[in-house]
Design a binder for this molecule. Sequence first.
Ligand SMILES: *[C@@H]1O[C@H](CO)[C@@H](O)[C@H](O)[C@H]1NC(C)=O
Ligand SMILES: *[C@@H]1O[C@H](CO)[C@@H](O)[C@H](O)[C@H]1NC(C)=O
Ligand SMILES: *[C@@H]1O[C@H](CO)[C@@H](O)[C@H](O)[C@H]1NC(C)=O
Length: 392
Amino acid sequence: MKSNNGKKMKMGGSNFFVEVALLCLILFPIYGLAERPLRIGKGGSFKILQVADMHYGDGKTTPCEDVFPSQMATCSDLNTTAFIKRMILAEKPDLIVFTGDNIFGYDVTDAAKSLEAAFAPAIASNIPWAAVLGNHDQESALSREGVMKHIVKLKNTLSLVNPVEVHVIDGFGNYNVEVGGVKGSSFENKSVLNLYFLDSGDYSTIPSIPGYGWIKPSQQFWFERTSKRLQRAYMAKPEAQKGPAPGIAYFHIPLPEFSSFDSTNFTGVKQEGISSASVNSGFFTTMVSAGDVKAVFTGHDHLNDFCGELTGIQLCYAGGFGYHAYGKAGWARRARVVVVNLEKMEKGGWGAVKSIKTWKRLDDQHLTAIDGHVLWSKSSAGTRRKKQIGGT
Ligand SMILES: *[C@@H]1O[C@H](CO)[C@@H](O)[C@H](O)[C@H]1NC(C)=O
Ligand SMILES: *[C@@H]1O[C@H](CO)[C@@H](O)[C@H](O)[C@H]1NC(C)=O
Ligand SMILES: *[C@@H]1O[C@H](CO)[C@@H](O)[C@H](O)[C@H]1NC(C)=O
């Protein structure tokens, strides 16, 4: 066997390697899509449900926080579970994203069991799901690495502990997911929507810097490289596109730039301060210069649920979801929905992403939808550019 192989290699010569390398280059985008099997359906739209801050504990024995005293006796983690089930039934999302503080480690007896219970409705729905870590997920017996390693073993998850192509990266739960164009359309071999998931850490480990963690240079390098690779593929033949496919980033802790807004320029509410890291690690600037990310979705501050636009990127909170998480009695727990619509082509069939819209739903009797608005659209981005050019 050994000598046989050696013979073959010699006979194939360097051409063999060139061919393999070329084949890998050609197949990589397709292989990528085959490996992460998300694709926009025949209806030309793709819907993502974001669940922020479940703070799941032990289940029915874990009490609720910040509900009216009269509600305490009948309220537990099971209300969080019931809310996810109702959201899944009402919205029928194509993907469910959990943006950290999935469990509240401090009050958890068995982290693995708690994670399984927290994600159970997503798993039972057979809808693909992805999760990142918050600052509370590791507070029980499992470390951040341990939590992420457990998550990736659960059914139907697209989560990864870290990207396979990177040897050294800070944190656990940095990965990307490509969403392919409609099967049978001219975009079937392209990723028309790129999702980035990052670990925003827990707390600073540097004594002179207090407060929460941040997205480190190693993670930003990985994001930049991934964004470049995806843009190159999208803008290459066949169907070479002029601009990048839109990207969306999900992580837990808001960036310092979330403080750039007030009620005159955001949709939603701000009822508490922005609990970002006390330093700015530059991830916002990195995303602006990469040029593909149109929206960022975080959790962490349960009483803020706004979206505001800064230099072409929408910065959005989901608002608190879980009942064992701080909140405000009388201010309903909520979830954020994002829907991406494709452009209808002249000959029929679906093209690139045309718009990204969002709304929230409240955990009330009718799952009331609020604050619906357009986050990004191909035409408005074009119009804005024209206007700016015209004005200067
Ligand atoms: C929690 O769920 C129970 C059982 O369905 C229900 O009676 C109660 O009203 C819920 N509590 C809240 C605060 O939604
Ligand atoms: C996508 O790739 C498949 C497999 O290589 C090929 O058969 C198909 O024609 C490609 N579609 C387009 C629109 O290029
Ligand atoms: C929002 O409006 C306030 C003034 O009300 C202004 O200071 C701030 O720069 C605006 N933010 C953005 C991102 O436009």
